[in-house]
Design a protein around this ligand. Structure first.
Ligand code: SF4
Ligand code: SF4
Length: 92
């Protein structure tokens, strides 16, 4: 797995934008609601590439993406093979 998502389920409002944005089908809405009654997503498979699409579209900044190269970011720009230089941390 090249990437992994960490979801702050209590920040999530269950809009589903991250599910639609993921090119790998790696996010599904979970069956368990959070304290506010919203259904947050969960990682559904090991295909995550760490592209950060989900983190970028989340209106509540509830997703953090962790990459195998140990770069942690809450949002990132274009992903490329040599992506280290293209990663940005703009929601710190
Ligand atoms: S980082 Fe990219 S591949 Fe991974 S779950 Fe988010 S949108 Fe999907
Ligand atoms: S985009 Fe954010 S608020 Fe919407 S379902 Fe995904 S994690 Fe929750």
């Amino acid at each position: 797995m090249a990437g992994k998502i960490i979801i702050d389920t209590e920040k999530c409002k269950g809009c589903g934008l991250c599910v639609v944005a993921c090119p790998k089908g790696s996010i599904v809405i979970s069956e368990q609601s959070n304290a506010k009654g919203y259904y947050p997503p969960r990682q559904a498979n090991d295909d995550c590439t760490g592209c950060c699409n989900c983190a970028v579209v989340c209106p509540d900044a509830a997703i953090e993406v962790q990459r195998d190269d140990s770069n942690r970011m809450k949002a990132a720009g274009h992903h490329s093979k040599n992506s280290k230089a293209s990663l940005v941390e703009d929601r710190a």
